[in-house]
Ligand binder design. Structure first.
Ligand SMILES: Nc1ncnc2c1ncn2[C@@H]1O[C@H](COP(=O)(O)OP(=O)(O)O)[C@@H](O)[C@H]1O
Ligand SMILES: [Mg+2]
Length: 331
């Protein structure tokens, strides 16, 4: 088995607001194995972005990492100072955001923004830095890159901005790349191209990738392993093939049920019946309780279940998971 490059254990990240405590990340445990792609899937509001921000300790105020452990290459990151985190960001672990246009600095030409990350982490001279930036933008499919260096983000299309983000994200060949819905706002052709570039980076740079998405089609194409997130926690973790063949958590099962048939091209998640879980001052019980067709008395009375091993590399957080027989019957 591969060794873990990133290990998150029992992570809690809360926002203390006037309405109450938003438990955005409420006991997340996940492992990114070296040289693999981990898909993280879940509905909007599940806590995917806050998990990603927590890993890099970029959670905005009033958010706070309350407890847990984040190990990168065996080393604990929680407790490191801002000073100690800075050299890791972008070089060891980098983050590509959903909304490139918002993530880029609007008042700085894109070339400068690419150069900045190279300058921060290397001692290359001005010319070399520029040449490397042009190179990176070209590799990401930006035509006439040396001229494009002077453009401002607002002068770029969404697809071009996303390519610039990718160039910045991969500039230092990070060992871990966290891509938060990198293709959500793009059309199908561009989406395929960006995914292809991510795959390429994985092979050429040996980057391990945490790919956050709400698209099960993207997961099926890209991910070696999948973590399913619901209500601030990981409810199921498995190899992609195992998860698709044999979903064990009722929520995962519901996701597949909600999928359009195979002959349809739309693969985005259809919202499931029932309201999304309460994130402000949530109850102690399983967050899926009030939508779950399998809920028992135990689920109503006991604290939220923890991830348990149910098979090789397959973990589920549920007191009454879907049996193999049930799962195959429904196929
Ligand atoms: N700055 C913030 N202040 C208060 N609540 C927040 C903030 N950012 C995110 N949240 C809440 O945290 C929860 C998880 O959000 P997020 O991680 O963005 O979900 P996802 O990326 O899975 O769609 C949501 O309930 C969201 O409203
Ligand atoms: Mg998000």
């Amino acid at each position: 088995m591969a060794s873990p490059i990133l290990e998150v254990k029992d992570l809690h990240t809360f926002f203390r607001t006037r309405e109450g405590v938003v438990k955005a990340v409420n006991g997340v445990s996940l492992t990114l194995e070296e040289d693999t792609i981990l898909g993280v899937v879940g509905e909007s509001g599940a806590g995917k972005t806050v998990t990603a921000l927590s890993i890099l300790q970029l959670v905005p105020f009033p958010g706070q990492i309350v407890s847990g452990s984040i190990r990168y290459n065996g080393k604990e990151l929680l407790g490191l100072s801002a000073e100690q985190m800075r050299p890791l960001r972008g070089k060891e672990i980098s983050l590509i955001f959903q909304d490139a246009a918002a993530a880029l600095n609007p008042v700085i030409p894109i070339g400068k923004q690419v150069e900045e990350i190279i300058r921060e982490h290397t001692r290359m001279g001005h010319r070399q830095v520029r040449a490397m930036s042009v190179d990176l933008l070209t590799q990401m499919g930006i035509p006439d890159a040396s001229r494009m260096m002077d453009r401002y983000p607002f002068q770029l299309s969404g697809g071009m901005a996303q390519r610039v983000m990718l160039a910045i994200g991969v500039a230092m060949k990070p060992r871990v790349l966290i891509a938060d819905e990198p293709t959500s706002n793009l059309d199908v052709t561009l989406q395929a191209e960006i995914l292809q570039r991510l795959r390429q980076m994985r092979h050429e740079n040996h980057s391990s990738i945490m790919l956050i998405t709400h698209d099960l089609g993207v997961i099926a194409q890209m991910a070696d392993n999948v973590a399913v997130m619901y209500g601030g926690m990981i409810v199921e973790y498995a190899e992609t093939r195992a998860l698709f063949a044999r979903p064990a958590h009722p929520y995962t099962w519901g996701l597949f049920q909600a999928l359009p048939r195979l002959d349809s091209t739309a693969r985005a998640l259809t919202p499931m019946r029932g309201a999304p879980p309460k994130m402000v001052d949530p109850p102690d019980q399983c967050p899926f309780l009030h939508r779950c067709p399998k809920a028992t008395n135990q689920c109503r009375t006991e604290p939220r279940p923890k991830l348990q091993q149910v098979g090789a590399g397959h973990q589920v957080a549920c007191y009454n998971q879907i049996s193999y027989a049930e799962a195959s019957e429904a196929r």
